[in-house]
Design a protein around this ligand. Sequence first.
Ligand SMILES: *Cc1c(COP(=O)(O)O)cnc(C)c1O
Length: 816
Amino acid sequence: MHAYGQFAMPTRLPETLEPLRELAQNLRWSWHPDTRAVFELADAALWEQTGHNPLLFLSQLSSARKAALSTNRRFLARMRAARKDLQAYLARPAAENTPAVAYFSPEFGITETLPLYSGGLGILAGDHLKTASDMRLPLIGVGLLYRSGYFTQSFTPDGWQCEQYPTLVPEDAGFFELASAHIHLALPGGADLYARVWVAQVGRVPLLLLDSGDDRNEEAERNLTNQLYGGDTLTRLRQELLLGIGGVRAVRAYCDAEGLAEPVVYHTNEGHAGFLGLERIAELTDEGLGFSEALAAVRAGTVFTTHTPVPAGIDRFDRGLVGGHLSVALPKLPTEACLDLGAEDDPGVFNMAHMGLRLAQRCNGVSKLHGALSRSMFAPLWPGLEAEEVPIRHVTNGVHGPSWAPHAPDLGLPDEEVMSARKALREKLIEAVRGRMRSAQTDSEFAAETAWVEDCLDPDVLTIGFARRVPTYKRLTLMLSDPARLRRLLLDPDRPVQLIVAGKAHPADDGGKRLIQEFIHFASDPALRRRVVFVPDYDMALGREMVGGCDVWLNTPTRPLEACGTSGMKSALNGGLNLSIGDGWWAECFAPEYGWSIPSGHDGVGGLSRDEQEAAALYDLLETKVVPLFYDDHPQWLRKIRAVLGTLRPQVLSDRMLTDYLSSLYRPAAQSAAEISASNFSPARELAEWTARTRDEWPSVVPGALEVNADPETGCVSFRAEVDCGGLTPDDIEVELFVGTAQGDTLVDPIFTPMMSGGGGTAWETYEAVVDVPRGGHFGYTARVIPKHPHLAPHELGLVHEFQPSEHTSQRPLKE
Ligand SMILES: *Cc1c(COP(=O)(O)O)cnc(C)c1O
């Protein structure tokens, strides 16, 4: 029957059971064990069957069961206790001295029941919201509602990935509509884009989701937000315009409706939401500020996080296409000035990361290594600066403990109990994997041949996990480089290894699908399949089981392409040991007591490719270190588990991440935003005027002589520099001196000293500094002029004039 009408029937509950609805509607159930236990207690079989999705569960709860529960005193007491706990959690006052933050992201991974995520970026965003909620930070999340969210994965008998798109009905997901939000964007060609706004409650944190499934839209616009990263570039651009521009309007409507203070900090998680800065500029120009004044004000309170370590990964659009959209969506803004914010080498291209960097006074990468990489990658935006001076810092990602390690062994337990807790997690994982394999197999035509599933994997065998998206750089099949060697490891009669692997390829990525197929072919060998499985449909639920139950978490990215990586952190929360290329977070957190670092290779060494060398190093570590330790040295393995749980865990928890964001980005941004908007934005106006003048006059600033005078008696070296300030004043500039050890062409370990203005009077302004040189040797020095303003970070403008020191003085030996 294809033609049918529709009606909806709300879930009815007896009055006494209404608290269940309240518990189900706040997504805190997804990380609160006592709340989950209430649903399980209500009907364990149905709870399993409905995939731990409480609203679905309630809608299917039988009348008989409801009647029984509503008189079950023990159950009612548990339910009421959980509700009381939720109400107390929500009622706690917000943390003090924390600015209100709006956090924008194209995806949010909160629970497997809401397919609004595709991978690490979304999971991170979900963990960010949950942690902010637990830490009582006043944060609002902003994203898109994908009605056919991220796909579920299945396979043809030949191991080729197939995708099915689930349907998300916001009403059934417990979201409520923010009816007072009137989101409308004009599109080129006279079309209109309307959007509804849904509010999902993530503990204390509201998550606003924009949804183009609005009856006022024509079909094309109605489908705009259907898929996450689906569709063509036009779809993607329009999704991003809606997220950024519509998102700010949704925040306004929400704060208005709830009587909340407006956010002072706007954080864009990757470039997709960057248009939010333009909407905020448009708001301020409505209040009478000029474009560059509004830009200065908006930048002060904006934080941009980049996650992309390669230029190819950055979102880029045709400049004309963006211009066409901006001129109608934000008609009051000067389109060319907006487009310049996204300018890059290619004049025809609008670069979302560049706009992100130019619209945010504070920017960060997501691990120490990725911060450094981002500084070099984006250095061209700050001409004149050394890469290490580029104003992009890093906050290393973290993961949410209650979500990823609900059953982690407690450090206080005696040794045997830590080991048995680990074994229980391994057993639970194996059960979960068998369950998934079983249901995948009954879907296939070969059900009769699938009895092996019942005894695949062994709870006493060293278990290695590998699960992630499957882009090429993650090298899913590196471990297959030498199949015979891997076979020997898996099938060793005394000390075997078992391997659990999962991952999804992007629907358009045939290369990734081929890698998965190759793996499935390897794993389907009847001799191996009890020791190696590829588990279909990697999602947060499978991820949670895997990071819990695997003894070793394997990661083999091509360094430095893993910006951070978080699944290994989740494993560490559970006492898993990492075996990974020294990339992302592992490059900074690795220590021998936490696991093993696979060294990176270089193409051509020993006649081998880089992949071959790294695979060989991986096998070596497994054969000589990991396997012997697991089977032959329990005390040592246990010491490692304790080290991971004791000292690594606090480093990788998202509490640490949020604390870092607060201290190094949110609080300073809130401070800058407050300063620059004081007295009706007069500092913003002044800064915009100053910036324009400084840029114009910069060529007229001329460094002159730079003199040095070393006193061999005292070890003091005095420096004197002359600067012609041209059209600027001495207060507009800073002179920076660097003194270090001279080694060939380079200055090693230079020490920075600001030079003090010594007055002038003539055309030349003088600057002076005295440096104490306590030891003998050959030294070098250099100096440069940069612009200086109290509302700017030292290198924000990227303007520099270098001095040309005279050769002979820089090399003179000092004080022997
Ligand atoms: C944690 C997680 C990721 C990200 O893991 P990486 O190690 O960063 O690749 C992706 N998908 C799911 C389902 C996850 O739980």
